[in-house]
Design a protein around this ligand. Structure first.
Ligand SMILES: Cc1cc2nc3c(=O)[nH]c(=O)nc-3n(C[C@H](O)[C@H](O)[C@H](O)COP(=O)(O)OP(=O)(O)OC[C@H]3O[C@@H](n4cnc5c(N)ncnc54)[C@H](O)[C@@H]3O)c2cc1C
Length: 462
């Protein structure tokens, strides 16, 4: 049966689009985390929608499991193949089909790297309002499948808000092409929403129409010191009232994180002497589409006067703003400086943030000997990242124990076990901590309706 399947795939796509046995390179076998290495049966690399449709039609007929791979930067195991899978790689479905300046839209193939799509928008003096650290490798299709968040959510929303139309191939090979470019379209169910954030379990995205925006003009970054989370919440409310949609980022670093990034990471500056303080990195649009520098100064003065802020430094140049952001973005140093560790991406209602962090710090200290925990996050979006280090060998790292402690605490605070990374395989066990039985049952009903043979990304999400 395997030989027949491979022969059919080769017939359908041509030999050069189907890799088998020793032709399969390592990069298709393991994702970004490098924690699992699988032996897929084959890797197919279609070059158009008809090719994707033909592959799924054949795999469906054979009941063959399929793993969908974009840029492989996902952090929950969604694009990790299992032994014996057919991998559908979107890497050859790249390119910008059209930038419509009047409609402010872009039609783009799913395998296009995010950075390439951002650049194409910029070439037309427009802005694709989604940005994340993995921009050079992650793909538009992967961003849609995970409903990616990132650095600009507070102003523009998540990936879902950027998608106007989609072309998708269903598990049996049916093509749904709805490349809508219009902002208003209420003709029946909005089916595209079913493929955004469902991590390739209901269909494969092949093409998308994305909204574009005017390029933001100048912005100003500020680092502020604050005494506690209540002060952060009070200041956030003030900022939202005064700054509105000119707020581009509101990122909070707890004291352990700020000290670590400014003391342990070579080359990082320490613009605020703030031992024991929370440090906020805020960015506001201050060009034609933003607030004036005077209004920003007034806002900071008011924050200081009301006791919300204890100190503030405004970046005086682009280079200084970049240095501020380096402190926040030095998380890529964790594998070198903080290993072994495990990390979490959760959402917590903003008003519960203080009790959540204070109590979790104590719980981890008590339950996991010698653990060290750091907190930081896109706090304006209620998104908290947690990193827990335990000085032990990889093999004895108490990952399950820490997962259970963190996710139980998230559940007690009515938070979400996944803010922006999705569920994949790594969080599947904990899904019922954030979703009710009825919700999970409905997710399974949808899966059964779209993919009755469970060939698409089997065992992922639900
Ligand atoms: C350094 C770094 C920084 C990151 N920062 C952020 C961040 O700020 N915010 C954030 O949200 N995420 C972040 N991520 C996670 C990751 O980049 C995103 O989840 C991204 O959207 C995944 O895109 P990808 O193309 O790499 O998808 P993959 O990892 O290849 O796949 C992810 C999931 O989508 C499915 N999939 C991929 N392509 C398609 C398609 N065309 N059709 C259907 N299903 C598909 C896969 O099967 C899998 O389930 C970061 C990751 C790294 C490594």
């Amino acid at each position: 049966m395997t030989d027949q399947l491979i022969a059919k795939l080769r017939d359908a796509l041509g030999d050069h689009c189907v890799l088998f046995g020793s032709q399969i390179e390592q990069r298709y076998k393991t994702d970004w985390s490098r924690t699992v290495v699988a032996e897929p049966l084959a890797v197919v690399r279609p070059t158009d929608t008809a090719g994707v449709a033909r592959v799924l039609e054949i795999c469906c007929a054979y009941g063959q499991s399929v793993t969908v791979q974009g840029g492989m930067t996902g952090l929950v195991g969604g694009s990790q193949a299992a032994d014996g899978d057919v991998v559908v790689s979107l890497e050859r479905l790249t390119g910008i089909e059209d930038v419509d300046v009047a409609a402010s839209t872009m039609t783009v193939w799913a395998g296009t790297p995010l950075q390439m799509a951002q650049q194409a928008a910029a070439d037309h003096n427009l802005y694709l309002a989604i940005d994340l650290g993995a921009r050079g490798s992650c793909q538009i299709g992967g961003n849609i499948a995970t409903n990616a968040g990132g650095n600009r959510v507070i102003r523009y929303g998540m990936m879902r808000e950027q998608v106007l139309g989609l072309e998708v191939v269903l598990a049996d090979g049916t093509v749904l092409s709805h490349l809508n470019k219009m902002l208003k379209n209420n003709a029946g169910y909005d089916l595209k929403q079913l493929f955004i954030g469902t991590e390739g379990t209901l269909g494969i995205v092949t093409k998308a129409v994305l909204r574009l925006h005017p390029i933001p003009s100048a912005s100003t970054s500020v680092l502020c010191a604050l005494n506690n989370e209540s002060a952060v919440i009070a200041f956030l409310a003030r900022v939202r009232q005064r700054v509105g949609s000119s707020l581009l980022a509101f990122e909070l670093m707890w004291p352990e994180f700020y000290q670590f990034m400014t003391q342990r990471v070579q080359g990082n500056p320490k613009p605020l002497e703030s031992s024991g303080s929370l440090v906020l990195l805020m960015e506001c649009a201050t060009g034609n589409d933003g607030i004036s520098s005077e209004s920003l100064e007034e806002l900071l003065a008011l924050g200081l006067q009301e006791g919300e802020l204890t100190d503030a430094v405004v970046a005086q140049s682009g280079a200084q703003a970049e240095a501020f952001w380096r402190i926040r973005d030095s998380v890529s140093e964790f594998p070198t400086l903080f290993a072994p560790y495990c990390s979490f991406d959760v959402s917590i209602p903003i008003t519960q943030m203080q009790s959540f962090v204070t109590d979790l710090r104590q719980i981890l200290l008590k339950e996991v000997s010698n653990s060290k925990t750091m907190f930081f996050g896109h706090i304006g979006d209620s998104n908290l990242h947690i990193v827990v280090h335990v000085p032990t060998a990889r093999e004895t790292f108490p990952k399950h124990q820490i997962d259970e402690l963190v996710y139980t605490h998230v559940r007690q605070h009515s938070g979400s076990i996944s803010a922006e990374h999705g569920i994949g395989t790594r969080k599947k066990q904990w899904l019922n901590f954030s979703r009710s039985e009825a919700e999970i049952a409905l997710m399974r009903t949808l899966k059964n309706a779209f993919d009755p043979k469970h060939i698409l990304n089997p065992g992922k999400v639900v």
